[in-house]
Unconditional design. Sequence first.
Length: 193
Amino acid sequence: MRMTYVNTIARRSPIFRLWLCLPVLLLAAVFQPVVAADKPGGTAEFKVLDKKIQGLKQEVLELNRDLFVLEEELLFPASTQIAVFLSVDVGEFFQLDSVQLKLDNKAVTNYLYTERENTALHRGGVHRLYLGNLRAGKHELVAVFTGKGTHERDYRRGATLVFEKTTEPKYIELKVRDLQKKLQPEFEIKESK
């Protein structure tokens, strides 16, 4: 089995080893109060010990958050980062079921939406559909939207964007909105600055 460069660095780094120890620390913090409570007359000691454990739990959570940020910076450096977001405007003429994204003719994500996620999108939510790395240069993004159109008909439409990736992070928005004039949905892809 061949390991990637990032996996090799991650396995050798002390941060990665610490991250592997987090579940053990959390288990120790959870089961420690039970042992202290069994001792007779240990209420004052128990309170002190409980405060220390709560402090350790908080430190572990903060370390976990910091490790997550470091991991994202390592895996998705800003110079190669691309993020694709999806939003829905109104949605009377189209009920979204799924979205497939292709970057340079390679499928990078397929996402199937639940009713709850659709409701959140209709309320103004934005979904980060894809986060990945892309080298600088010219690229093509194709998004295929599948869902139900007017009169409960199956609907499948695609939208394409050719863009230039520089050394800056690239943010792209997919937007589904209603066209009142034509009584049908419109699928738009635009670059965000």
